[in-house]
Each structure stands twice: as C-alpha cells, then as structure tokens.
Design a protein around this ligand. Sequence first.
Ligand code: F0G
Length: 460
Amino acid sequence: MPSLRCIKCQSDFPTSKRIYTCPKCSGLLDVVYEAPEFQGDRIISAWDERRASRKSIDQSGVWRFRELLPEADESEIVTMMEGATPIWDAPRCAEYAGMSRLSFKHLGMNPTGSFKDLGMTTGITQARRLGATSVACASTGNTSASMAAYAARAGMNAFVFIPSGQIALGKLSQALDYGAIVLQIDGDFDDAMRLVREVANKSPLYLLNSVNPFRLEGQKTIAFEMMQQRGWQAPDRVVVPGGNLGNSSAIAKGFHELFERGVIAKMPKITIIQAEGANPLYRMWVRYRDREGVEPQNRDREGAELQYRDGKGAEDLKLEPVAATTLATAIKIGAPLSWPKAMRGLRWSAGEVEQVTEQEIADAKAMIGRDGIGCEPASAVTLAGVRKMVAAGSVNRDEDVVAILTGHVLKDPDYTVNYHAGALSFTGKNGERVALESRYANAFTRVPAERDAIMGILGL
Ligand code: F0G
C-alpha cells in the first residue's frame, strides 16, 4: 500500500489523509511504495504489453504504469489518455547546440498542450477519491488549463488563481473554455500561489498545485514512458526547464524508482535550466557547488554521486526568492515551492543547473521551430541551456541527451509572431525596456492582391 512520507522528518501518513505538506514539520511529501511484488523483467513486459491494449487506462501514458502509482479503482480514474508523447530527433537543433545528436520528448503533445495533464490525471483522481467536488490552483497558465479540463471531465468545480496580465492568451482561453472560475490576481505568480494555499487551508477546495504529491506521481511517468520508448536504456542526460520545480523533481523521482528497482542501469543527469530573470534555484545551486567543490563534469558518475551524498548534503541551504522577470511567462516564478525535491533529484543524479538569457531563449525557440517541432518559450530554455553547456565544455558533444519540451507552440502565439516580426522586447530588472534581436526571423511579406505582382515578388 502506498503511503505519504515527509522528505524532511520521514514521518508517514496514509494516502487517505487530505494534507499537502507534513503536519509535523511542514516538509514536502512523497508518495512511497512498498511494491514487494515489483520484479523488473516481469513488470517491464506487463507495461510493454499494455501498449497494444484498447483499454483507456492502458493507453494512458500514466496509468499504464499503475504498479508504481497511487491506488485507484478503474471506475475512479479520470483520464484523457494523456501521455504517449513522441520523442523526436532534432538535427538542426543538434547542430545549433554543437551536439552530434539531440532529441526532444514533446510533452506539449498532451490533451491540453502541456505536461501538466500527466499530473492532473492523478491529481483529479485523488480529489475524487477524497470526495472533493471543487479544486483550485495558482498558475502561470498551463496548470489552470489542464486542471480546468480534467475538472470538467470529472464534473468538479475549478477555481484558478492567475497573475493578472502575465499569462499567455492560449492558456487563459483554455481555462475559460473549459468552464473554470478564473480569478486574475493583482500580483505575480508567487502572490497567487500564497493566496491559493491560504484559501485551500481554510476551505473544502482541494489544492492541485505541484506541492500536492499526487500531481508529481503522474508527472514522474515522463521518465517511465521515455524509458519504455527507448527500450529501457537510460540517456546520459535529461534536460528540463525549471519554474516551480515540480516537474524536474517528478522526473528525478521516476528515474530514481526505476534505478533503485534495477530496471535501468544508470541515473541520467537531471539538468535544470532556468531563465536568468527567474533563477533562484540556479543561484542556490551555484552557492552549493562552490561551497562543496562539486564539479560533476570532471568526475565519473559514481564519484560525482558519492561526492554529493557525502558532501554534507544541502540541508542547511535555503532558497532565496527573487523578483521574477522573463518573457517565458510559464517559468516566471521567484519562490519555487519544490526546491528541496529538486535539490534531491540533482544529488541523486549528479545533475546540474544552468541559466540562460532572454535572447538565448528566443533564438533557441526559433531553432526548435525550424526543426518542424515548435514549443512555447519556457520549453526553449532546454536547447539554449544545452548550447551554453556544450560551449562551456560541461556537456560533451557526443552525450546522449533528451530534452523535455513542456508546452505546445500554440500556447503563446504572440511571442512567436513578435519574434518573427522583430518586435520582441522585455522589461529588465530596473524597469527598462530591452529589445531582443530576431536572429532567425521569418517575417511575412505583404503583397498586393494581384497575381503578377505576387509572381514577381516570388521570382517566378
Ligand atoms: N514549462 C512550462 C510550459 C510550464 O507551464 C511550466 C510550469 C514549466 C515549464 C516549469 O515546470 O513549475 O514544474 O518547474 N508551469 C506552471 C503553471 C507553474 O502554472 O502552469 P515546474
């Protein structure tokens, strides 16, 4: 039977308890599994066989792995057959990054266009098991879109708290269309997060942000599905954007569970990339790295892992919030909640953290588009980060790297159109307007409504 365990004081609680953090010490909670029946080879063949099944819980790229998920009866499960997202080679992006090859797992190909659907199927299912009829979240957009859709499927009320004027319109339009009650808060994401937690603690609203451990259980299946698609061969490195740090934590937990059970032979290095204007984990990581003398790129994997484990850990570190600014609004977060779990994932995997500029994000996003793939701005930090790390020598050009694209290109069309029109700019730390260069612009051409003129312009 799975239970909830505090990652700080290790206290256990039943999964039937409606708690989001540890009632004793306020630490973050994990869902943990005894799973004595878990036998690597047997389970892999059961999971592989389910890919040919017509049952919706087998087709779901989350519930297919249910032996390592919180218990739920089939009748309780709220699924939109999420997951089953592609891994694509990206040769132009590889060249741009200075790699011999590079692939993307595109989580934007989920039902509502982002990875949030993986966590929402488990989160809403848990809400139903606990008898909740109303759910709530703070969001930079994608969580609200996903929660609104899954709540609608489950017949629940959805309340979303969003920072006023700071979310991409594609996401806002989804939350409205799926029938959520949308509250635009006069403040930023970090204000919205604080407020929704306060409201949820004093009301029957069930909180579905990634501080809720049931959300992360769904998202950890990114690791399971990636391994299934790759024949259970782990890559050297998995690169993921960092905002509230739920997703990187979840992916690390997924790989760690497979590693501990002998399903995969090594932990890929979890590599978290933040926007320079929203980089609290990066700052903390640099302090930790410099203090402990950790240089993962110069060590073999075994050595690096031991160094992290023995290096007094990061228990005394505290994340210092920043006032976040970035055009990648999905990750415009200054006080991420899941940082202790993100640090744990970095220690488990000898991982690394990097930051990238607005210009690097914009250009990387355009390159991902050129490969015929496309993504929203926050996802493009992955390619920008890999490029920077290859140039710095901390990623080897022949490494086997999978980068996670988190959201669909159509989530934020304004950004894309402005980039190609050469009109992208952002507000810097001191309130100044900074114009970005559109180095890979593909502007449209205005033509008269006349055949000969068009043929002339096209040189035909
Ligand atoms: N990429 C996209 C497209 C996102 O929407 C988010 C987070 C992230 C990356 C970062 O993931 O927070 O788990 O580190 N979006 C949240 C939201 C905050 O409200 O939709 P994280």
